[in-house]
Ligand binder design. Sequence first.
Ligand code: SF4
Length: 444
Amino acid sequence: MKEKVSMVSLGCPKNLVDAEVMLGCLAKDQYEITTDEHEADIIIVNTCSFIKEAKQESIDTILDLADRKHDGKCKLLIVAGCLPQRYQEELAKELPEVDIFIGTGDYPRIAEIVAEKRDDGEQLRYIGDPNYLYDESLPRLKSSPAYTAYLKIAEGCSNCCSYCVIPSLRGAFRSRPLDNILMEARTLVASGTKEINLIAQDITAYGSDLPGTPTLEALIRELSAIAGLRWIRLLYAYPDGITDSLIQLIKTEPKVCKYLDMPIQHISDPVLRRMNRRSGEAEIRALVAKLREEIPEIALRTSLIVGFPGETDEDFRTLLHFVEETQFDRLGVFCYSREEGTPAAEMPEQVSERVKRERYKKLMKAQARLSFKRNRRLIDAEEEVIVEGYSDETDLLLKGRSSRQAPDIDGQVYITAGNANVGDIVRLRITDSSDYDLIGEIVS
Ligand code: SF4
């Protein structure tokens, strides 16, 4: 075996898949993968730079791990992903302790890049155009438990929301060929995966750029035919890409989780227009009403931005009332982050950090109350739950996730009666609930 490699992957699940591909390529090249950065000869930080907080976390993590070059065995510190893709010049100056920078289009070459590295102290950069598209022929060392996996179906984005840097970091939207995705899905299921979480910057645009324009629905139908696959979850769906036929498929296909993550970002039309979002208030309200009417048990997740330039008290009140009326099952709220190079960064009437935080707190406080109320309605209902292991608090309690809770971002289910193994999918009767978690007993 060659040197030991450890990886820290920050940001979104799409970035995590890139990290797993980098680990797969290195493992295939006989590097030993370790989770202990103190014994690693090579440390890789796969970064995010989409908003201020994510950039800060990336920098802090790099500086923290750079210490391993002094108190550990680390000889090579590699920084990959969205931060070097965006700030290669600045980083090279400000982070001399980093040996290699790798962009979002170059990570599959990591084994070759590491092999090329001479120990002459020269800092190297491999940052080209973000035009790479992952395919299943590349080895991927999955970091999530066997029973669940993220499946990246496309890369990049062409929606051009006025506040977003992702198109400049990841390139224009490009779909993976259908059969390529299916091959990976079959490999995942053969290795024990029961839950597949479909991810992209915008999954609803799937196939729009491919010959014959296969649709997301066509992909889901093919995935549903894979024996052994139990749950298919849809994440990052752009509202106006959610068609009637997709809604009917979510409703009727048993393997598709009654769950939908559809970031809307705001509800006030003046704000949505300045965000360059295609869906307006009326369309979003009609879509939510249709989803709830067609699939009453659906769990709706969305993301919102507060403090967008020009957001008035009135705009914010409209948003707060909409959230209270709509009662999303899951809600992520972000304070607007002024990102240089985006149209929104140049807009007048930038909102103060104090006001952003106040609006953030008000929304999250309202959501905690609403989530508590929605969870109370589930008592005595039955849910399908995937068992994930013992609770962090005590070995006496199993924990899991219902089909209406996504991995890593939604609440948990605590199991007070019944036995099962990790990865089992069981039926559970809900006996109690809190703001974000559920409690219940296995019934079968
Ligand atoms: S849909 Fe908008 S916010 Fe999402 S990645 Fe694309 S440009 Fe960014």
